[in-house]
Design a protein around this ligand. Structure first.
Ligand SMILES: Nc1ncnc2c1ncn2[C@@H]1O[C@H](COP(=O)(O)OP(=O)(O)OP(=O)(O)O)[C@@H](O)[C@H]1O
Length: 214
């Protein structure tokens, strides 16, 4: 079954202001589509709607599908959609491994198998041996990789990225961008990236959708 992320006729308004108007979009598995637009144009609002976190003051209509499944009315935890935010901070009082364990919160796997998956995730993030480290002792790029792996450990069917690179300086930004796209593409996830940065959009290679300025 195709695991495309599909938006059908999505319209989002607040008061009498329309942020997103009758949007149709298909993001194929293993590709990255980009939503661009200036600050306040509604990028984060659209990501929140797809992830199931839209605040009730917004009014939204339209459908969200993953593969053939209509997830529009499902609560966030049942949509199978992973979201990585700009401020995706790790819990500072927990080790890196314990942070990663949050990605497995919904899993029924036993203790050993969870431990093995966390070890594998650390290897994938080039952070082998970091399980017991305090997040404060990691670099910004390392923390960002842990946050991504935590999101992926939950086994999402689609990945939404809300400006996840914007706090990183340009070299780290490029490296982390490659890492995120590489991991998600290898897992054949459809990816939707919200950014105001044209370099991010160009690197994504997929369709670019522009939200209108205010
Ligand atoms: N209570 C409200 N009344 C009117 N407008 C609101 C209200 N709450 C939010 N908005 C508007 O909704 C829009 C939502 O913007 P959103 O955060 O989705 O934009 P963005 O493109 O992600 O911006 P940024 O790049 O700065 O994160 C903003 O223009 C904001 O002013």
């Amino acid at each position: 079954m195709s695991n495309a992320l599909t938006l059908r006729s999505v319209t989002i308004s607040i008061g009498d202001r329309r942020l997103v108007s009758d949007l149709d979009l298909v993001v194929e598995p293993g590709t990255v589509a980009t939503i661009m637009g200036p600050s306040g144009s509604g990028k984060s609002t659209l990501i929140s709607f797809i992830g199931g976190h839209l605040e009730p003051r917004f009014h939204a209509t339209g459908k969200i599908l993953i593969g053939n499944d209509d997830v529009t009315e499902l609560p966030p935890e049942r949509r199978g959609i992973g979201v990585l935010f700009q401020d995706d901070l790790l819990f500072p009082h927990l080790s890196v491994g314990a942070n990663l364990a949050f990605g497995l919160a919904g899993s029924t796997a036993g203790r050993e198998s969870r431990r093995a998956r966390i070890t594998e995730a650390l290897e994938e993030a080039d952070l082998s041996g970091f399980a017991d480290r305090d997040p404060a002792t990691l670099s910004g790029g390392q923390r960002a990789r842990v946050a991504l792996m935590r999101t992926l450990l939950a086994g999402p069917r689609a990945l939404l990225l809300d400006e996840p690179f914007s706090k990183l300086d340009s070299d780290l930004r490029r490296d982390f961008r490659r890492f995120v796209f590489g991991r998600a593409i290898a897992k054949r996830l459809p990816i939707l990236l919200a950014t105001h940065d044209f370099t991010d959009a160009k690197a994504a290679l997929g369709p670019i959708l522009r939200l209108a300025p205010l």
